[in-house]
Design a protein around this ligand. Structure first.
Ligand code: BTN
Length: 149
């Protein structure tokens, strides 16, 4: 028992140091996705609630694209291990649509942060009979803007 104590102490310290060294994924900052859209997450509070802005590179409308607000939340459970799941809504300022994103913030094999997301884009339709064609679905992958690394 006495001999085991230093061994356990070293093991504990090694595990603790490893935990400190593992890079965590943080949502705060500027991101670009595979479509060329830009997103800035400005604030993440202690409860994981966050806000920011989104500049889409594309639109399903013929409207002029404008910067739009986003609001979301990340999962704060300790099981997230520095790679949290999250969701956010973009309330488009230049169209009648709304988009919800859900995803996870990963640190990839090269130590780069990447947001793997899926989205639902809900367009407004004037008649319930058109509901069937009102929702688009897709995937976006976000990486941190180079100047942010
Ligand atoms: C609209 O066209 O009504 C609003 C803009 C929608 C842009 C979509 S949201 C999902 C996808 N990812 C992007 O970065 N832009 C498009």
């Amino acid at each position: 028992m006495v001999q085991a104590t230093p061994f356990l102490l070293v093991l504990f310290l090694a595990l603790w140091a490893h935990g400190l060294a593992v890079k965590k994924c943080s949502l705060t900052g500027r991101w670009v996705n595979d479509l060329g859209s830009n997103m800035t997450i400005t604030t993440v509070n202690a409860n994981g609630v966050f806000a920011g802005s989104y500049h889409t590179a594309v639109t399903a409308t013929s409207n002029e694209i404008k910067l739009s607000p986003l609001q979301g939340a990340l999962q704060k459970s300790p099981n997230q291990r520095g790679q949290p799941t999250f969701g956010f809504t973009v309330n488009w300022s230049f169209s009648d649509s709304i988009t919800v994103f859900t995803g996870q913030c990963f640190v990839d094999e090269y130590g780069k942060e990447v947001l793997k997301t899926m989205w639902l884009l809900r367009s407004h339709v004037d008649n319930i009979k058109n509901d069937w064609k009102a929702t688009r679905v897709g995937i976006n992958v976000f990486t941190r803007l180079q100047s942010q690394e």
